[in-house]
Design a binder for this molecule. Structure first.
Ligand code: PAF
Length: 302
């Protein structure tokens, strides 16, 4: 039975899950780099603008003595450092990676028996302060098994999380789900960061050609990898997310504005790496990648 859930990462997505899981009756601990070892009262603004208060347990870079599930909800570039030191200790504990982009799981020194789930969520969250969180957009979460556990066990975890923050759906082809999200992020994130605009402004005529080119390049690479993405459905998915998150600033836009590293290496950078292995040209994604990398050079070292 799933009761004790540890969340590594105290940013917007980690805090969002911590809030909803604790409200649903799970015993939650949040582990973070900037956390102190004591409870913090979190004020949460829900999508209907209701304000809720909750007291969450935090630990500074140490795990509680027992976890039935560990959710890693850090930025993509922090995943490896955040979970690798704990892998031997957690050899039988399911670990779920929930981040933007792809490629993190391949960086982990995994034992084959380590149960790993991959997840992607489209919920929008904004951490307004150490104790302030806003649930800015209701989304969906998809979970799939990567290794070390039966699909049925993955489905049970999925059902438990669905009680806390629906909709959580189990994906039998998580690679396809992650590639769809990768394509959405390749289209929205660099463009909004460069144009310094909300997602909705991408509906404008001047961005359509670039979005089409990004989309076509993703399709070329995904097709060569047999991911099974449908050209037309993917374009609809991209447009759908742009419309549904029209008022939001993308995570990459927020990273650049707040002078933080972006997840470009795990989004566009991941696509480019796969394309290079297959000798497929992805010039539009290359250009966007270089432009974001150029912006990152202006960020003081972290
Ligand atoms: O990274 C983000 O901001 C989000 O994944 C998305 C879907 C682009 C919406 O803003």
């Amino acid at each position: 039975m799933l009761k004790y859930i540890t969340i590594i990462g105290s940013g917007a997505i980690g805090s969002l899950w911590a809030y909803y899981l604790q409200q649903a009756g799970f015993i939650v601990t949040v582990v973070g780099r900037q956390c102190h070892n004591n409870p913090i009262e979190l004020t949460v603004i829900l999508p209907n603008q209701q304000q809720k208060k909750i007291t969450l347990n935090y630990l500074n870079q140490q795990l509680p003595s027992h976890s039935d599930l560990v959710i890693v909800a850090t930025k993509a570039y922090q995943v490896s450092a955040a979970i690798s030191p704990w892998l031997t200790q957690l050899i039988q504990t399911p670990i779920m990676l929930m981040h933007n982009g792809m490629g993190c799981v391949e960086q982990l020194p995994l034992n084959k028996i380590q149960p790993i789930l991959l997840a992607t969520t489209s919920h929008g969250g904004l951490k307004t302060s150490i104790s302030g969180l806003s649930h800015t957009g209701v989304g969906q979460t998809f979970i799939g098994v990567y290794q070390g556990m039966a699909q049925e066990q993955g489905q049970l975890i999925c059902q438990a999380l669905n009680r806390a923050l629906p909709q959580v759906a189990f994906s039998a082809s998580i690679a396809k789900t992650l590639w769809t999200k990768l394509a959405i992020n390749c289209a929205i994130n660099p463009l909004t960061a460069l144009a310094q605009c909300r997602n909705g402004e991408l509906i404008g005529h001047q961005h359509q050609q670039v979005i089409n080119d990004v989309h076509q390049e993703v399709i070329l690479v995904a097709t060569a990898l047999n991911i099974g993405l449908d050209d037309k459905i993917l374009r609809e998915n991209i447009n759908d997310v742009i419309h549904k998150t029209a008022n939001n600033y993308s995570s990459m836009h927020q990273d650049i504005v707040n002078k933080r590293l972006t997840e470009i290496d795990f989004i566009t950078g991941y696509l480019i790496k796969q394309a290079e292995k297959l000798a497929i040209a992805v010039p539009t994604n290359q250009r966007l990648y270089q432009q974001i990398k150029q912006l990152e050079t202006k960020i003081p070292s972290q």
